[in-house]
Design a protein. Structure first.
Length: 170
């Protein structure tokens, strides 16, 4: 499990530098480090989630089926297709339990949450993010803490299941 961390770190460095410069985000240390933190922890928790899915299932085929179902729901309720304020109230709990939603929140708010530029409708970028997506820039520390928590939870579940579960048949 620990062997994944240096590999994912290097992957995040290479991919992060390329993507950050291609998108044209502001080159400030704080914004780049936030971007890198969310990218790195996202890659890390998704890797640990995949390892966990394999550890809790009897074979890789079942793990792939389980993961596909989760990926579909994660993408649907991440706030990318349907923003959080527009998600029906009875499904909003799933938004907050969704790892991808936390990553989108962190990436968007860390890059645009402090912009006071005025849009064509007279609203600031910060105001638009708060009104339409429900994102607040002052929530960035909590989003980072949730990312670290997701990494720890998926890694712990993987370690526990790989030690406890035995799917061998005699």
């Amino acid at each position: 499990m620990l062997v994944e961390i240096p590999y994912i770190f290097m992957q995040a460095v290479v991919y992060g530098l390329l993507v950050y410069s291609m998108i044209g985000f502001d080159w400030t240390a704080a914004k780049f480090l936030w971007f890198f933190l969310f990218l790195f922890t996202n890659l890390l928790y998704l890797t640990f989630y995949g390892m966990m899915a394999v550890a809790v299932s009897p074979n890789a085929d079942i793990a792939a089926i389980i993961s596909s179902a989760f990926y579909g729901f994660w993408n649907l309720f991440s706030g990318f297709i349907i923003p959080r304020p527009k998600i029906p109230i009875w499904w909003r709990w799933y938004y907050w339990a969704n790892p991808i939603a936390w990553t989108l929140y962190g990436l968007i708010v860390s890059q645009f949450g402090d912009y006071d530029d005025v849009l064509t409708n007279g609203e600031t970028v910060k105001g638009y993010l708060r009104r339409y997506l429900g994102f607040r820039h002052d929530f960035l520390g909590a989003v980072a803490a949730v990312h670290v928590g997701l990494v720890v939870v998926f890694a712990f579940i993987f370690a526990y299941c790989i030690k406890s579960f035995n799917f061998q048949k005699r």
